[in-house]
Design a protein around this ligand. Structure first.
Ligand code: AQP
Length: 328
């Protein structure tokens, strides 16, 4: 039996990056026999960047509804909210003592985000983010953490922390490993293909799962591309490669087949078709999403049950950790 644990932050509205890089894979992999799945909404991680409390609460429920929409099934997966399980905050403090400032300072996400947010944004919580994340997975004895490539470094650090703790106190945590989505697709920003698409960035750089068809088509038309006007995938063509990846993910077609289909077309036609393809797929998902999102009673029941199931496992692990440390 494998235990799978992963989370998503309600730090903005969800993008197709979150969907293709994480949620879609979570839903697809639920059917592997014997897997136990835990998916959580990482609202404690979200507050490492300033959040509007009303919006944070709304987005937490939005994500729960999106998880159900894309096929995460509460009968196969535990869906829970991080802040509702106090053990996450508690274990973070303890694990802080098994990692150095030097190790945390090397994390690329911290470097990127703290640079962008200036001095005021260089919060201790942002620096400590990977330790909370280590706690998130170690509490549940996770075997596998399905993440986008951008998060692999954090999972590596979770392994280091777990190994260090186990070496000092005896077997306590299972050592987790990161697993990448089938394509390992990292979806890049539409306005700057050297940065990943992020929900907390600006409007034209991302496609939101809730974007209207017209907006989606407009954003793809405006997506930055090189001047070669040739639909081909390659390291030296990051912008069109990113668009080809998105096309491939939404259509299920191989990149080589798409290149062939568009060998006589320019970027204009390709971008229009891509916009229509994505708008069509997202419209279908949105219909289901709004039904699920409006059924607040069902949503609350799924979350309450998930919190309860996760809470039992987390507090058992917390007791073991405290016992090992003489904190009981
Ligand atoms: N652009 C992306 N391509 C592929 N995978 C992605 N993920 C996020 N963006 C992309 C994956 O989505 C999961 C949940 O991410 P998260 O919300 O916990 O944190 P994040 O990676 O920081 O996501 P964002 O959208 O970039 O949020 P902000 O802007 O708030 O920082 C993860 O598995 C991640 O790999």
């Amino acid at each position: 039996m494998k235990r799978i644990v992963s989370g998503i932050k309600p730090s903005g509205d969800l993008t197709i990056g979150n969907y293709l890089g994480a949620m879609k894979g979570w839903a697809d992999n639920q059917f592997d026999k014997g897997n136990e799945n835990f998916f959580f909404i990482a609202n404690l991680h979200a507050i490492t960047v300033k959040q509007d409390p009303v919006l944070l609460k709304k987005r937490t429920l939005d994500i729960a509804a999106w998880l159900l929409t894309v096929g995460v099934d509460p009968n196969r997966s535990v869906i829970f909210i991080q802040s509702m399980i106090p053990a996450h905050s508690e274990i973070c403090w303890i694990l802080n003592n098994y990692v150095t400032m030097g190790e945390l300072g090397k994390m690329t996400q911290y470097k990127d985000k703290s640079q962008k947010s200036g001095k005021e944004g260089q919060l201790a919580g942002l620096f400590d983010y990977p330790v909370l994340m280590a706690g998130d997975v170690l509490l549940y004895d996770a075997d596998e953490i399905p993440v986008g490539v951008d998060q692999v470094q954090h999972v590596e650090l979770s392994r280091t922390i777990a190994q260090r703790f186990n070496n000092q106190h005896g077997e306590t945590f299972r050592i987790p490993k990161a697993t990448l989505s089938k394509t390992s697709a990292k979806i890049m920003s539409l306005s700057n293909a050297s940065e990943k698409m992020s929900k907390s960035e600006s409007g034209d750089s991302y496609i939101l799962l809730e974007d209207e068809p017209d907006t989606i088509i407009r954003k793809f038309k405006r997506a930055v591309t090189d001047s070669e006007n040739k639909i081909s995938y390659g390291k030296d063509k990051p912008e069109i490669s990113n668009l080809l990846t998105i096309y491939s993910e939404f259509s299920g077609k191989k990149i080589a087949d798409i290149e062939n289909e568009y060998k006589d077309s320019g970027y204009g036609k390709f971008k229009t078709d891509l916009g229509e393809l994505v708008a069509g797929k997202l419209s279908e998902l949105q219909k289901l999403y709004f039904e699920i999102r409006n059924d607040e009673v069902r949503l609350a029941n799924v979350i309450t049950e998930g919190n309860s199931n996760a809470g039992i496992i987390a507090s058992e692990k917390m007791s073991l950790v405290k016992e090992k440390l003489g904190l009981h």
